[in-house]
Design a protein around this ligand. Structure first.
Ligand code: TYD
Ligand code: MG
Length: 452
């Protein structure tokens, strides 16, 4: 059909073959050989390319004008925040996440609310399925066109016809180009179709939003090079059994990767959560033992998170340790610290730990709250509801300082907490706050403060 030359390369050593092989003959690696285009037919895929052939000139750095990127602001503040202020024109954004987490819902919602002409291309769902989802979202819109297509040449034809200002593709793993024989989702197809879309995005200044599947271990399926090719990599995560979802930028050429967006999945789509702390802390009437609130940071956003612990006498010979939302190894480490450094006998007890709201935390500042919750459950004595914690625990049982502690204290103060426990080694002036800031240096201190 097309006058395109392809050949097969080993991804490991670069050896070249005329046909596909299971094992590379020169480096003996298995499954590393993929098809690549080496010579493309002229005037293919993106037609306008021939007219806009301009060559770039080298400039001195002070001659380059530093105007801001042209951004399209979406109606979705959480997404704008994560992107650094909106979608940059001509940029490629890749959104990854587990199946069923809400990637299609998020991008359809963006496509329906953004005040621009959008072409939403789906290779996964039929037009009527998408229509049904749009009805569920209850957003009226006449400026969003839906196309079900997987062939990039056909997609480019539709783009020329429709002239959209934003293009959404669901998903990159379903696309294929005529120029490569490999099946959709294979390494060579993903690389080639992404390259075609990038060329289109850069030459027409139209932003493209791509959905990407992830593999079992959480990486975006396909070649690693996919993440290098695009400008922004977003990750949509959360526990499918809970309603909260976190949107994170793993890579952002136009902004910080420290911002996060928080959503709640409702039956009318994703709702933006502006004040996450208030929902992540469960409502209760009585003081219950075994809960402690941690002042954590997700990226640069302060979040108050509830840690729940249950300590009970082991029923079976070997005590159980289980943890949801918190690293189990770190839990074991903290239990060992409590046992060895502070003399609490937890070795024969079952310990269960849970982070409320189904979110995962890796901020070490949560350690102190974890220990406090465990001690509270072990003593069966509640921690007052207006106390919170922000410090890391070291192997010697010392309470270590954490970064941006002022921001955490301010968030706690804003939400009406009366006492926050931090490390003695955090150099701040406690007199600046109306909330009472208590500095502690050892695990025993925290016990003395709470239960003695
Ligand atoms: P979806 O966007 O299809 O996930 P992905 O594209 O990441 O695979 O999300 C599907 C899930 O979201 C599905 O389990 C149903 C749920 N959902 C809601 O709870 N409310 C809604 O309004 C919509 C549209 C979906
Ligand atoms: Mg989907």
């Amino acid at each position: 059909m097309a006058k395109t030359k392809t050949t097969f390369f080993c991804q490991n050593c670069g050896a070249q073959y005329a046909k596909w092989l299971g094992q590379c003959k020169s480096c003996n690696e298995w499954n590393t050989i993929v098809e690549e285009v080496i010579q493309k037919e002229e005037k293919r895929n993106w037609q306008q390319s021939s007219t806009s052939k301009k060559t770039n000139k080298a400039l001195k750095i002070n001659e380059i004008s530093s105007e801001k990127e042209d951004r399209i602001s979406t109606k979705n503040n959480e997404l704008n925040r994560v992107l650094g202020g909106g979608i940059v024109k001509g940029s490629m954004t890749l959104l990854g996440g587990e199946p069923g987490i809400g990637k299609s819902t998020l991008l359809l919602q963006i496509a329906l609310t953004i005040p621009k002409k959008v072409l939403y291309v789906s290779g996964e769902e039929s037009q009527s399925q998408i229509k049904m989802r749009a009805e569920r979202l209850k957003i009226a819109n006449t400026n969003c066109l839906i196309l079900t297509e997987t062939n990039t040449q056909h997609i480019f034809r539709a783009i020329e016809e429709v002239q959209p200002e934003v293009v959404v593709i669901d998903s990159i793993q379903t696309l294929f180009t005529d120029y490569i024989e490999a099946s959709p989702g294979s390494i060579s197809q993903i690389r080639e179709t992404t390259a075609e879309l990038i060329k289109f995005a850069k030459e027409t200044a139209t932003p493209v939003l791509l959905i990407g599947h992830i593999t079992k271990d959480g990486n975006i399926a396909g070649p690693k090079i996919l993440e290098h090719m695009v400008d922004v990599v977003l990750q949509f995560e959360g526990d499918r059994n809970h309603t909260y979802r976190i949107l994170r930028a793993n890579k952002n050429r136009f902004g910080s990767t420290a911002e996060i967006g928080i959503y709640e999945m409702q039956n009318v789509g994703l709702r933006e959560v502006e004040n996450p702390s208030e929902i992540l802390i469960s409502q209760k009437d009585d003081d219950l033992s075994g809960t402690a609130i941690a002042a954590t940071l997700e990226g640069i956003r302060p979040l108050m998170i509830e840690v729940q612990a249950l300590v009970s006498t082991a029923v079976y010979g070997t005590p159980q340790r289980s943890s949801t939302g918190y690293d189990i190894k770190r839990l074991n480490m903290l239990l060992a610290v409590l046992e060895k450094r502070a003399g609490f006998r937890l070795g024969a007890k079952d310990v269960f730990l849970n982070i409320a709201g189904g979110i995962k935390v890796d901020d070490p500042a949560i350690d102190l709250a974890v220990i406090s919750a465990i001690l509270s459950s072990n003593e069966d004595e509640a921690i007052p509801q207006d106390y919170c914690f922000a410090a890391e625990i070291g192997l010697a049982g010392e309470i270590r300082p954490v970064n941006r502690v002022e921001q955490r204290i301010l968030e706690a103060e804003k939400l009406g907490f009366h006492k926050i426990f931090i490390s003695k080694f955090n150099k701040i002036n406690t007199g600046n706050y109306t909330i009472k800031v208590v500095k502690v240096s050892k695990v025993e201190d925290i016990f003395a403060n709470l239960f003695a």
